[in-house]
Design a protein around this ligand. Structure first.
Ligand code: MN
Length: 393
């Protein structure tokens, strides 16, 4: 068969994102998305590396191999493709595309960090003194990274409002999202070495959408002095399609001016800013349009910082950008910012909302300029909130 790619499809030949899918007949395996189809790569290319339930084995083969396979796929899907290797995307089940190694979340938006600083620490400077000298991050929980479509159970935990004298245990009352991008490490680096900013494009395989679900009340009570813990670790959702980094060449833009100049290990000859437009939809209504191009620190700087102390990196490591927020109110990537700490509700359909209610659904999607003038798509990361399960007190 010939795969029809409609004019303007966000999944044309300049995108070709990878994912893991299963069908009624076959278990999880690697596929590539073309228009509204998924091509079974193990069958199409006759290579067992794709007959696995994650992209990790393929990613570990390295940059030159990624390039070769992309070339073969382009050739394959431009011609006649055996019908049995092609599935309609609507007929397959998407799975988590990578076996997540370590998971790190950064905090790279100046607008987000400043807004959260004002909300969490109203009596001090919004940015901490280190913020413009290094990309601030924390280690998250790799084991609770889930694929888009996975329901999110409202977490329980300790929380203490400002007007309460002691903490109580119960379900989260300020459940929030964070719209982010996630960068997938394809080839790692050994313990005792570090990755330079110039190596980013050969080591990072691709990019996914991330929703870093956040329990703001649990977070506010626990985060000093060691940072986020249970307020974040209950679930992090990612999109099923990994957009290859090479597909984002046309989206590459400078980062905003960095002043003061970063230390030498964080400098980039050609900064890896990315012009990617996100949309956050809450129960079917678009409530925000976070612009990735506003991010202060680039993903190449994040990787360099993450390894500068000699920490190893591994195939499948995932590091997220932190909430993407622009300067405008409707560009904020978290509800705590959009509603200013819950004090300024927003209209969602017929209702006024601050934080997430049970049954709410959030969808984050994104597009970027593609080679040749069109736009490429990231698909979406979707999640619905289920009521808290009875927890032990
Ligand atoms: Mn985050």
């Amino acid at each position: 068969m010939k795969i029809e790619i409609p004019e303007g499809s966000p999944f044309g030949l300049v995108n070709l994102p990878y994912g893991v899918f299963s069908t009624r007949e076959s278990g999880p395996r690697v596929g590539v998305r073309v228009a509204d189809f998924v091509v079974d790569l193990a069958m199409a290319l006759g290579d067992e590396v794709f007959a696995r339930p994650s992209l990790n084995a393929f990613m570990a083969q390295g940059f030159d191999r990624w390039k070769e396979v992309r070339g073969r796929i382009t050739e394959l899907v431009s011609g006649e493709v055996p019908g049995e290797v092609v599935h309609a995307v609507a007929d397959v089940t998407p799975h988590l595309p990578i076996e997540v190694g370590d998971y790190v979340d950064f905090y790279a938006s100046e607008h987000h960090a400043s807004n959260l600083g004002r909300l969490f620490r109203p009596d001090s400077e919004p940015l901490m003194p280190n913020w413009k000298h290094l990309p601030v991050g924390y280690h998250g929980r790799a084991g609770t990274v889930v694929v888009s479509g996975t329901d999110i159970v409202r977490p329980c935990g300790q929380r203490k409002a400002a007007d309460e004298t002691a903490p109580t245990f119960g379900e989260c009352r300020r459940l929030d999202i964070e719209a982010e991008l996630g960068f997938v490490v394809g080839t790692g680096s050994p313990l005792g070495s570090s990755v330079s900013t110039a190596e980013f494009a050969r080591r990072v395989f691709g990019v996914v959408l991330v929703n870093d679900w956040s329990a703001r009340d649990i977070q506010a009570w626990e985060y000093v002095p060691l940072g986020p813990f249970l307020g974040k670790s209950f679930a992090t959702s990612i999109s099923p399609w990994v957009v290859p980094l090479v597909a984002l060449e046309a989206a590459r833009v400078p980062t905003p001016p960095q002043d003061p100049e970063p230390l030498p290990y964080l400098r980039e000859a050609e900064p890896w800013g990315l012009d990617i437009d996100l949309t956050v939809s809450w129960n079917g209504q678009d409530v925000s349009h976070p612009p990735y191009r506003e991010m202060y620190w680039s993903p190449a700087q994040m990787l360099a910082h993450m390894t500068v102390n000699g920490a190893a990196s591994r195939t499948g490591d995932l590091y997220a950008s932190g909430t993407i927020s622009g300067p405008e109110k409707d560009q904020r990537g978290a509800f705590i910012e959009l509603t200013w700490g819950g004090k300024e509700p927003i209209q969602v359909g017929d209702e006024e909302r601050t934080f997430l209610l049970d049954g709410d659904e959030v969808v984050i999607s994104a597009t970027a300029p593609g080679a040749g003038g069109g736009r490429i798509g990231f698909g979406e990361v979707r999640g619905r909130i289920l009521p808290a399960t009875e927890a032990k007190r």
